[in-house]
Ligand binder design. Sequence first.
Ligand SMILES: Nc1ncnc2c1ncn2[C@@H]1O[C@H](COP(=O)(O)OP(=O)(O)OP(=O)(O)O)[C@@H](O)[C@H]1O
Ligand SMILES: [Mg+2]
Length: 358
Amino acid sequence: MYPQLIIEALKKVKYPGTEKNLVEMDMVEDNIRIEGNKVSFSLLFEKPNDPFIRSIVKAAETAIITYVSSDVDIKGNISVATRQTVCREPDKLLPGVKNIIAVASGKGGVGKSTIATNLAVSLAGMGYKTGLLDADIFGPSQPKMFRIEDARPYLERIGDRDLIRPPEKYGVKLLSIGFFVNKNDAVLWRGAMACNALKQLIREGNWGDLDFLLIDLPPGTSDIHLTMLQTLSITGAVIVTTPQEVALADARKGISMFLNEKMNVPVLGLIENMAWFTPVELPESQYFLFGKEGGKRLSEELDIPLLGQIPIVQSICESGDNGVPVALDPDTITGAAFRALAENVVERVEWHRKHIFC
Ligand SMILES: Nc1ncnc2c1ncn2[C@@H]1O[C@H](COP(=O)(O)OP(=O)(O)OP(=O)(O)O)[C@@H](O)[C@H]1O
Ligand SMILES: [Mg+2]
């Protein structure tokens, strides 16, 4: 087998939306290695956020198997490089935090906070040091979802600074504006005040060493989002949507905010929440109350991985109100669904660290 055969096969793969193939686009790096049946090389993309990375890698694998030989061992051997790299060094404000993950949506009420809580609890259950920042200044829900509404974080002296010690529950360190102000007071704040309060929770929180800090964002694309994106070096965002058309349209807006060149935050994947409803007495049935597989379709259309589908389950809703997240028990069906979701998030973060980040 010669490298030229590989190059000829890659000439059959066109970059979507252009008439040019990968070779003409200068995307095939000069590092084709052939050892027995095993072929490996890198494809060079312009931007780390190129939405076609996964589909092009897949198309390149298929072309090599089709046009060179079905015996070629290529799956998983194409690495991705980018001309523009995204540097995800530890955040200057939070040097001990390895990964900062934003949990976002376009539309309100699709389940961001529920997902953020259960994702955080699952990650902690998997042994990761985990924190959760409730960035919903005007409607903080995390203190209730963790049943620590009465917690009043105290200040502790670290070196020459007084830092806020996040209360810890279910293995998750949590900070929320809900701990500091009366719910009805924050609603009257102006945008700038809310943004400052949030910055303070980030800057003055004693987060310590964390593998994951999740950020539960408010809905939409507000000043709060811009503050978060500009203040922190966010590793990636996960976008929550329901399968409903209106939610999907808003999810698109949310995604484009992160992918916007100025923001340049990778979207790790989509989460389809409220994907179907299964009544307790009819465990085999699925009712698609908000439409079927809308999140899955959007993920295919935008070529963004679908990290998980979470059904509508009474216990998920009740556990939010009771402050005992279902993810605490990974042996239940719902707990297992959140555990699988957390595993996918970890896998995507590792993929980005390996292929995209410098
Ligand atoms: N999979 C689910 N099954 C049952 N109920 C759910 C599920 N996901 C979320 N809920 C319920 O839906 C409601 C909205 O969820 P949640 O508060 O998590 O959404 P949100 O996107 O954070 O809302 P907001 O935009 O207001 O911040 C809550 O009552 C929650 O308990
Ligand atoms: Mg919320």
